[in-house]
Design a protein around this ligand. Structure first.
Ligand SMILES: Nc1ncnc2c1ncn2[C@@H]1O[C@H](COP(=O)(O)OP(=O)(O)O)[C@@H](O)[C@H]1O
Ligand SMILES: [Mg+2]
Length: 328
């Protein structure tokens, strides 16, 4: 990907406030990220950092009473101000969502074939017979063994990994341009996880799909992402190519996440957990929200919220101390 490529989805200065116990709580602040055709763009950060809320905001799926501001440019329109009617056309058809638990997208009482061909018929207006053929082809594309027999089977007859592949087939049924995969492999075995990630990467390359991979696991991210955005406490703290962000992190939070990750070639190496924890929104520290957990924090970090600064095209970070600058 060239730095100058125009993104398919461009999110800028997105803020989200959620209504909780009669007050509004700021959950996502000034979030920027891009999603590119044929590439895997990733958003990583600990649970509670605002990843899912950001996706829901873009798709207009937040609970009533939420307040969203900023921009999400897609196909010449701003999704954050689009009508519900327009968003309903984008959701599923142009931007598909895969969640962690395929149970939430698969109906337990309907065969895989019925669920898949329903989507195909609805979106592509195909005859029953053509929809069946197209559905079996989709099962083949997501590498379900014996697609014709699987067409008549029920979700419970498949393993968790296979169910996630079926959910991906359903997402593909309407020919989306973007697939948002929110923790698609969380809870799956490592080898099953690797297979699903490989499939997503392959779909991006083969079908020119843009994949937006959301995960709390930087290991998952590093396996397939081209670009990575790291979030902490509702804000972007670092962004760049996966190679740059994972190879030479610029923000202390990213560095700490990497130090807490087991190394595949050196599993015996001591892991360094990040001290403290990410507090709930509404009770977050002043200044840089990471400062109480940061070994590099200086006094200004507790009062000044660092802006995301672009150090070169496509590479940004938000840290007043910038402790790793000299090493780059
Ligand atoms: N409907 C809601 N009402 C109030 N708070 C919420 C709601 N949904 C999520 N949150 C809070 O917003 C924060 C971000 O949540 P989320 O986006 O789900 O995090 P992530 O996906 O990064 O794990 C969390 O602290 C969560 O508790
Ligand atoms: Mg989430």
């Amino acid at each position: 990907m060239e730095v100058g490529d125009e993104p398919l989805l461009k999110v800028r200065s997105m803020n989200v406030k959620l209504a909780a116990r009669n007050r509004l709580i700021s959950v996502v602040e000034k979030v920027d990220f891009d999603v590119f055709e044929g590439k895997v763009s990733g958003i990583a950060g600990e649970s509670g950092s605002g990843k899912t809320v950001s996706m829901m905001a873009i798709l207009g799926l937040l609970p009533h009473g939420s307040i969203v501001s900023g921009h999400a440019f897609y196909g010449g329109q701003d999704l954050l101000v689009s009508s519900e009617k327009r968003l309903a056309k984008v959701r599923g058809k142009e931007i598909a969502l895969i969640m962690q638990d395929p149970h939430s997208s698969l109906h337990p009482m309907l065969s895989v074939g019925v669920q898949l061909s329903d989507h195909v018929r609805h979106h592509l207006k195909l005859s029953r017979e053509d929809a069946r053929e197209h559905s079996i082809d989709l099962l083949h594309q997501v590498r379900i063994p014996n697609p014709a027999a699987s067409f008549t089977a029920y979700p419970h007859q498949f393993s968790g990994g296979m169910r996630q592949r079926i959910a991906i087939a359903i997402a593909l049924a309407c020919g989306p341009k973007i697939i948002i995969a929110d923790e698609p492999t969380t809870g799956l075995d490592v080898t099953v996880q690797a297979g699903i990630l490989h499939l997503l990467r392959e779909l991006g390359e083969r079908r020119g799909l843009a994949i937006l991979l959301i995960t709390h696991d930087l290991g998952v991210m590093s396996a397939i992402a081209d670009r990575v955005t790291i979030m902490y406490a509702g804000r972007v703290v670092e962004t760049g190519t996966a190679e740059d962000v994972i190879g030479s992190p610029r923000h202390p939070y990213t560095a700490a996440l990497l130090a807490a990750l087991p190394h595949p070639e050196r599993p015996e190496t001591d892991l360094v957990p990040i001290p403290g924890q990410l507090g709930p929104p509404g009770l977050r520290p002043s200044g840089c929200a990471f400062h109480p957990r940061c070994q590099y924090a200086k006094s200004q970090c507790s009062s000044v919220v660092p802006d995301l600064v672009e150090v070169r095209p496509g590479r940004s970070h938000a840290c007043l101390v910038d402790p790793f600058m000299a090493t780059l």
